[in-house]
Design a protein around this ligand. Structure first.
Ligand code: PLP
Length: 412
């Protein structure tokens, strides 16, 4: 190997968590809350900046710090703070960076938890948000006010897979000294690196593809050290702290991230192409499809296009429900980015914490299905989708025939 050769992302994923002094092939797990200090001075410094390694666990733990270093390297960030969930990362960042009277610009459609945070919780602390069409850079610019401090983005967005031109929005924000924060959960750092495009902060639901096995709840936010340390100051007060075991599992999952993402990107594209050609499907959202309205942007700012596909069935909510209920492989579940394929009807999932108006605003049609492809065999998965679409369609036709017969008998 050339001495100057910089390691690829694949090598980084495999070796970034190795400590040569430790000689452990799998990193140790520090399942402890407090650490002991050698002196009064050391004790006084133990829970303070820079982000401590061996502290009372709410302030820092070596397994957590190791996860943060790995994700920071993957994202090209100076530092990161890991949290108890993706929402823990988003909420802590919002509380850390904003104060009463501040204004946020965010996209209208995106993960329901983030929308609820900005629509319902942040206003109680005097922080207001203007929601815009994420596909329109001029809309972000037009919504800025002298009190705008932060632009919150999510691209590709959940569940509609719409994109935002990160370089363009970051340039608009930078010119005015406004911070940008991007939820990079669906893309992962394998497919998209927002900081290289000029964004200030990137966050993840580590629960999803980063940990990758549907057994961890965690989040992370990464960026410049000075901003991350501000977030950490709030983090130790909020206390949405990741458990060392979850951090350890996330480190284990990350080592296979590149392989999983590559497999899932390829599978998701095949599934999207299959669905696009199926008569029972009225619309498919996947940035890797040539028919996606922002496909050119997807090719410019992403490497692959993610594991999530969403689509609408002819027949609305009932048809989507029958289809999901007929699947034998993909399971009806609210997560994504894991080893198994998971499928959900976003309208049903989000209805419990969003009213109809906010659901409408988020652009979630009743017949929408979100599929997160796992590590399935392509032929098996597509055959199962095909069979379930057929079963749902047969059910719909039978119901229509009965309805017609009943109307006929009433008329007679
Ligand atoms: N961001 C996105 C895009 C998500 O899909 C989710 C969860 O589904 C979250 C954030 C929240 O993450 P968590 O469930 O880890 O709090």
């Amino acid at each position: 190997m050339d001495a100057e050769h910089a390691p690829t992302l694949e090598s980084l994923l495999l070796y970034a968590d190795a400590d040569p002094d430790e000689r452990a092939i799998a990193p140790p797990l520090y399942q402890t809350v407090p650490f002991a200090a050698a002196s009064a001075d050391e004790f006084a410094a133990m829970n303070d900046r820079p982000l401590p390694e061996r502290a009372y666990r709410r302030n820092g733990n070596p397994t957590q710090r190791r996860l943060e270093k790995v994700v920071a390297r993957l994202e090209g960030a100076e530092a990161a703070v890991a949290t108890a969930s993706g929402m823990g990362a988003m909420t802590t960042a919002i509380l850390a960076l904003l104060e009463s009277g501040d204004h946020v610009v965010a996209q209208r459609s995106g993960y329901g938890g983030t929308l609820t945070l900005l629509q319902k919780l942040a206003p109680r602390f005097g922080v207001t948000t203007t929601f815009v069409d994420q596909t329109d850079v001029a809309a972000f610019e037009g919504a800025l006010t002298p009190r705008t401090r932060l632009i919150v983005l999510e691209t590709p967005s959940n569940p509609l897979l719409q994109l935002t031109d990160l370089a363009a929005v970051a340039a608009v924000a930078r010119a005015r000294g406004i911070l940008t924060l991007v939820d990079n959960t669906i893309a992962t750092p394998v497919d998209q690196r927002p900081l290289a495009l000029g964004v200030d902060l990137v966050m993840h639901s580590v629960t999803k593809a980063l940990s990758g096995h549907s057994d961890v709840l965690a989040g992370i936010v990464a960026g410049r050290r000075e901003i991350v340390e501000r977030i950490w100051d709030t983090h130790v007060v909020v206390g949405a702290v990741i458990s060392p075991f979850d951090a350890w599992l996330a480190l284990r999952g990350i080592r296979t991230l590149a392989m999983r993402v590559e497999w899932q990107d390829r599978l998701a594209l095949s599934v999207a192409r299959f669905l696009e050609g199926h008569a029972a499907i009225t619309r498919v959202n996947y940035p890797g499809l040539e028919s996606h309205p922002q496909h050119d942007l997807a090719r410019r700012q992403m490497r692959g296009h993610g594991s999530v596909v969403s689509f609408e069935l002819d027949g609305g909510f009932a048809a989507a429900d029958a289809f999901v209920g007929s699947l034998r492989l993909a399971q009806r579940s609210s997560s994504l980015g894991g080893t198994r394929s998971l499928v959900v009807q976003p309208a049903a999932m989000w209805a419990h914490y969003m009213d109809d108006e906010h659901l409408d605003d988020a652009g979630v049609p009743p017949g929408l299905v979100r599929l997160s492809v796992g590590l399935d065999n392509e032929t098996d998965l597509i055959s199962d989708l095909d069979r379930a679409l057929g079963a749902a369609d047969a059910g719909r036709r039978a119901a229509a025939r009965v309805g017609q017969a009943l109307r006929g008998s009433r008329g007679a």
